[in-house]
Design a protein. Structure first.
Ligand code: ATP
Length: 245
């Protein structure tokens, strides 16, 4: 499928534990090759949206009860998460869910679990060229600093060679300097490989700086969308998400 839209979420409803309605008719499109930001306050349902796409909802007793999700022209809602990874979607979880008691290298190899090609070794070098500090860390991932763990989580996603990376709050818990560095890397990944990125963030200013389009979520649905530039200029967004003025 060569359409400009790589991922399309159509009017989905998501329920946890059979009765807690969290997404209430959410729709969004992600353009092929772009960075798209999904913004909104705590609890709006951003993480739930990513898990609905990756299929990780099921492991938290969540379910898509209405609507559909298509990726590259195929319906992926209700699909097994491993199959979704094989088809090219990789989620970088909130708060760097790397495996603490494995080494950096073992974590990176895990990212490539769906691959059997000969390029894995080269891709490990590629990840190290993006994150030189990771190459020097020979010990367990649990001993890495917060920033290094976030980098490892992104590196692990690179190892899967996905078409679409779902990124959940990459800035969380990082110093302003590291936030800048991580966003620079996200942008570079997108430019170097054309990998499409759906970026969930509380840090709206940073996200709108690197994204092409943005969606604003409130209470389980999209309330506003536009180009990043339009959203940066929007008075309501300035007031509520960009810290006034
Ligand atoms: P945050 O930035 O705090 O993660 P968010 O916008 O990503 O916010 P979600 O994490 O998707 O929001 O949560 C949306 C709502 O769904 C919240 O009210 C939350 O309590 C609820 N929720 C999330 N996960 C579960 C779960 N496993 N079981 C029940 N309710 C859940």
């Amino acid at each position: 499928d060569n359409s400009d839209i790589l991922l399309s979420v159509n009017n989905i409803e998501v329920v946890y534990n059979e009765y807690v309605l969290v997404l209430r008719g959410l729709s969004l499109d992600v353009e092929r090759g772009s960075i798209t930001a999904l913004l909104g306050a705590n609890g709006a349902g951003k993480s739930t949206t990513l898990k609905a796409i990756s299929g990780l909802l099921k492991s938290e007793d969540g379910e898509i009860t209405r609507g559909s999700i298509t990726f590259d022209g195929r319906t992926i809602s209700h699909q097994d998460p491993e199959r979704t990874v094989r088809e090219g979607i990789f989620q970088v979880m909130e708060g760097r869910r790397i495996i603490q008691d494995m080494t950096v290298l073992e974590n990176l190899k895990l990212g490539a679990f769906t691959r059997s090609d000969k390029g894995i070794k080269d891709d490990i070098d590629l990840v190290y060229s993006y994150f030189p500090r990771l190459r020097e860390r020979k010990g367990l991932a649990g001993y890495l600093s917060g920033g290094e763990q976030q980098m490892l989580a992104i590196g692990r996603a690179m190892m899967a060679r996905p078409k679409l990376i779902l990124m959940d709050e990459p800035s969380m818990g990082l110093s302003p300097l590291l936030v800048k560095e991580v966003f620079g890397i996200i942008k570079k990944l997108n430019e170097d490989f054309g990998v499409t990125i759906l970026l969930v963030e509380q840090n709206a200013a940073m996200a709108l700086n690197c994204a092409k389009h943005g969606y604003i979520m409130e209470n389980g649905k999209i309330v506003l969308d536009g180009t990043a530039e339009e959203l940066r200029e929007n008075e309501d967004i300035k007031e509520f998400y960009l810290g006034g003025g």
